[in-house]
Design a protein around this ligand. Structure first.
Ligand SMILES: NC(=O)c1ccc[n+]([C@@H]2O[C@H](COP(=O)([O-])OP(=O)(O)OC[C@H]3O[C@@H](n4cnc5c(N)ncnc54)[C@H](O)[C@@H]3O)[C@@H](O)[C@H]2O)c1
Length: 211
């Protein structure tokens, strides 16, 4: 049975899960909250509190049992099959999307954000860790993220896109005005509010002239 856990904790489970899987694959049997904290960039106290919700109480000098944690996460996560999404560029628009974080969707959420601004990297914004851009390819692979939301300035949109593709991204929700170039196997969905507004203005004018 899955215990009732707070939403913020639930959001962190996929992050823990991915790292625990890697630890288990490398033959590690135990992990301390401090060790885990360093890798996932979530503070040890939060990790201990999160883990306590499902009865995993690490032992001093021993840490948590990797395989039993993994088994727990597997059951919990498979129930709602979340798709993790990355967000690149935590500025005005990026932060707004982080706040929103698809809270009405059971199957998609932003699990990692990236930026170049040292003022925000290393922080957790709206429950989502913000990593420096240098860590992007590594994190995308570790967290097995295939979809990215692009909210960087247009001038860097193509170079960031190239990095995303190199990091294994297969789908990009592009908010920048630049029409980025990608290989055939990568899908780009462009979101353009200005365009939508222009269309609306056009239809209203058309309606006024004819109605
Ligand atoms: N599609 C739309 O409807 C719509 C609406 C508003 C803004 N936009 C576009 O969204 C983008 C972001 O707009 P904003 O107002 O949030 O801008 P902003 O300047 O507030 O934020 C941009 C963020 O990207 C970061 N950044 C810069 N270079 C980067 C890089 N190489 N890698 C990672 N992060 C990097 C900056 O540090 C900053 O935090 C712009 O391209 C803008 O034109 C689109």
């Amino acid at each position: 049975m899955t215990p009732n856990i707070p939403k913020a904790t639930a959001k962190r489970l996929p992050i823990y899960y991915r790292y625990l899987k890697i630890l288990a694959d490398s033959g590690k049997k135990h992990v301390s909250s401090t060790e885990l904290a360093e890798t996932v960039k979530i503070d040890p106290a939060t990790i201990r509190r999160d883990f306590s919700y499902f009865g995993a109480l690490g032992k001093r000098g021993y840490g948590y049992d990797v395989s039993s944690l993994l088994a727990f996460f597997k059951t919990t996560l498979s129930q709602d099959k979340l798709t993790n999404v990355a967000l690149i560029g935590v500025g005005n628009l990026g932060q707004a999307l982080l706040n929103y974080n698809f809270h009405k969707s059971n199957n998609a959420r932003i699990s990692a954000a990236f930026d170049i601004d040292p003022q925000i990297t290393g922080l957790i914004r709206s429950g989502v860790p913000v990593y420096p851009l240098e860590d992007m390819q590594e994190q995308l692979r570790l967290q097995q993220i295939k979809i990215a939301i692009l909210t960087v300035p247009a001038a860097v949109a193509q170079s960031v896109t190239d990095e995303l593709v190199a990091g294994g991204i297969k789908g990009i929700l592009n908010f920048t005005p630049l029409r980025v170039t990608v290989p055939e196997n990568v899908r780009v969905q462009n979101v353009d509010l200005t365009n939508e507004l222009q269309t609306l203005i056009y239809f209203l004018q058309h309606f006024e002239h004819n109605g």
